[in-house]
Design a protein around this ligand. Structure first.
Ligand code: F6P
Length: 471
């Protein structure tokens, strides 16, 4: 039987330097690494990922990169190459292209330094190609996760044509007009790199369609025939027992009680996200503000609980976005809360936490009357699935139609309430509709969402990738 090798940038184990210089292991962070870890724990699967920084590299040298039940292959890359590949190309170019986040009059600027970073991205993909080629047995299956490895497909096809390779993308894929922002040769190299995989998978049909249309549109524009690889759609489901088990811990119960006390019996519009420009946290707050000003009867009666935990804090764009989130919350609280226009009711309209407090995030999802998930664009958005699964209030899911999860959770109009993420007034109306929905309808929608979420698990998603590898 062919062995499986999974490839991702972030692995299941990373290290940080402790106060006295010792190495402290830190478990997988982020949706992908933690979901994969839960899924693969104990399976003996080979997992190749990148040693992220000095502490990880030292752990590799000391032989500490080890987890029982998994065969870890840490790939060591120097800091500068990693910065070029991860920060500049993966996270501030490809992430922005695929999520349509560029402020086009000003960014991007593909100058000579960017070209050097693209060289770094190539080197980073080559380092992974070398590691996988060395480790893989004849005919092994290689399941590659995410946009960090757009070029790896072609590299593996050239080095090891015997391997069965699949790429699974956890982000959206850019529409042709946006992919066309990349320099011509870079876009062509990226599409060729992806075409080297045996198959490419997506969380929803919309991203698959965008991907395929890039081959036809860019090929037509540039007078070349670009051949797309085989594609498939496989939405990531939840580890239902894992998620409900975490929500049932004493820590989450205590955090839920504490949050209940904080909101003092008011209705709650809640959210929990990474602090990330694509999550659209600022427009969510503006929509909440518009709800309060257009319908003042809600003032003092509802609280927006926002848990935005730190992400990619090495990137200036992320720090600027975090500052915008904090200023927006402060401004709205000052204008409308206690001491402002709120009438001295001791009410803080937006309760924002920006620390990495997992228990509080789960508490917010548990007790919300409305879950607001309004990303500009999002590959899947697992919170849109975790929230309705653990919520105890028949919470109404207000969901961006640009989240991959929308295709699965709209349930022919009987699941989530859809919003256009750019439409602040429309989002405010959706919040009002959710807050005033009858209890019968809330219960029916929550029941349908829960049934849908229990009907497809992360194991189904994994099985779909293995099947795609077989062709
Ligand atoms: O959404 C894409 C993704 O790779 C997720 O799978 C993951 O949760 C997230 O980005 C985290 O990114 P990073 O590893 O850069 O923190």
């Amino acid at each position: 039987m062919s062995h499986t090798i999974v490839v991702s940038n972030r692995g299941p184990l990373t290290f940080r330097a402790g106060a006295d210089g010792d190495l402290v292991p830190v478990p997988a962070a982020g949706g992908l690494a933690s979901s994969l870890h839960r899924l693969l724990a104990g399976s003996g699967t080979t997992w190749a990922s990148v040693a992220m920084g000095a502490a990880d590299r030292e752990a590799v040298t000391k032989g500490l990169m080890h987890l029982d039940g998994l065969d870890l292959v840490p790939v060591v890359i120097d800091d500068e190459t990693y910065r070029q590949a991860y920060d500049v190309v993966a996270n501030t170019t490809l992430w922005y292209v695929h999520h349509h986040l560029f402020d086009l009059p000003n960014r991007p600027r593909f100058d000579r330094r960017w070209r050097q970073a693209w060289e770094g991205y190539r080197a980073y993909n080559r380092a992974m190609a070398d590691a996988v080629s060395q480790r893989a047995g004849d005919g092994d299956t290689v399941l590659v996760q995410d946009y960090h490895f757009s070029l790896l497909g072609r590299m593996l096809a050239e080095r090891r044509p015997d391997l069965r390779t699949v790429h699974f993308l956890h982000t959206p894929f850019a529409e042709p007009a946006l992919l066309g922002v990349l320099p011509d040769d870079v876009a062509a190299e990226l599409l060729d790199g992806m075409a080297g995989y045996g198959a490419c998978g997506f969380h929803c049909h919309k991203w698959e369609a965008g991907f395929l249309s890039c081959y036809s549109a860019l090929g037509r524009e540039r007078g070349k025939r670009l051949v797309a690889p085989a594609t498939f759609v496989a939405p990531l489901g939840l580890d239902v027992d894992g998620v409900t088990g975490e929500a049932a811990t004493d820590g989450v119960a205590a955090a839920t009680e504490a949050l209940r006390a904080e909101v003092e019996g008011r209705r709650v519009v809640g959210r929990a996200d990474r602090m990330e420009p694509s999550k659209n946290i600022v427009r969510g707050m503006l929509a909440f503000e518009e709800l309060l000003t257009a319908r003042p009867e809600w003032q003092g009666r509802v609280v927006h609980v926002v848990c935005a935990y730190p992400s990619r804090t090495g990137l200036a764009e992320y720090l600027a976005y975090a500052a915008d989130v904090e200023h927006t919350a402060e401004r709205i609280n000052h204008a409308l809360g206690d001491g402002g226009g709120g009438g001295g009711r001791g009410w803080t309209p937006i309760v924002l936490s920006v620390s990495d407090d997992y228990a509080r995030s789960l508490a917010a999802l548990t007790l919300s009357d409305v879950l607001l998930i309004n990303p500009v664009r999002d590959g899947m958005n697992l919170v849109a699935k975790e929230g309705p699964l653990i919520n105890t209030e028949d919470g109404v899911l207000v969901l961006s139609r640009e989240a991959g999860a929308w295709e699965e959770l709209e349930l022919d109009g009987g699941g989530a309430l859809g919003v256009n993420p750019f439409d602040v007034a429309g989002t405010a109306d959706a919040l009002h509709a959710a807050l005033t929905m009858s209890s019968t309808e809330r219960t029916a929608r929550a029941g349908s969402l829960s049934a849908a979420l229990r009907g497809r698990t992360s194991a189904d998603w994994w099985a779909d990738q293995l099947a795609a590898a077989q062709g």
